[in-house]
Design a protein around this ligand. Structure first.
Ligand SMILES: [Zn+2]
Length: 122
């Protein structure tokens, strides 16, 4: 389902700066120790070779993972930052969620106007 949403976004031509991915993305990777972005193809190759992807930054050697949110991790700052736009929204599209996870469950309630068009695409 996650990939279907990514395909919809790509086909629609929505610029990446207009998309807020609440649970992160598989499209980028970073070091969990120093947070430095890492080359995605190298991380993918390491994982598919049963190796632990490690940070390329000198002296770090931290583990590298896709920039997705695992259980127990906080959501990206970008998610919280753009919540402030909700009261000004004329229309809100929430894609790839069943609205059962707490962070997404309350999204419709943040819109102040009862006339906001709200669509959820699972
Ligand atoms: Zn690092």
């Amino acid at each position: 389902m996650f990939c279907n949403v990514l395909i919809l976004i790509a086909v629609a031509g929505i610029p990446s700066e207009k998309v807020v991915e609440a649970h992160g993305t598989f499209l980028s990777t970073s070091c969990i120790k120093c947070k430095q972005p890492q080359p995605g193809p190298e991380v993918k190759d390491a994982i598919f070779s049963d190796k632990l992807p490690r940070c390329r930054r000198s002296g770090c050697y931290g583990l590298v993972k896709p920039d997705i949110v695992f259980f127990g991790e906080d959501l990206p700052r970008r998610f919280y930052y753009y919540l402030r736009d909700f009261p000004m929204a004329d229309m809100l599209l929430v894609m790839g969620t069943s609205l059962e996870v707490r962070c997404c469950l309350g999204l419709p309630c943040i819109c102040i106007s009862p006339f906001v068009r709200f669509a959820v695409l699972q």
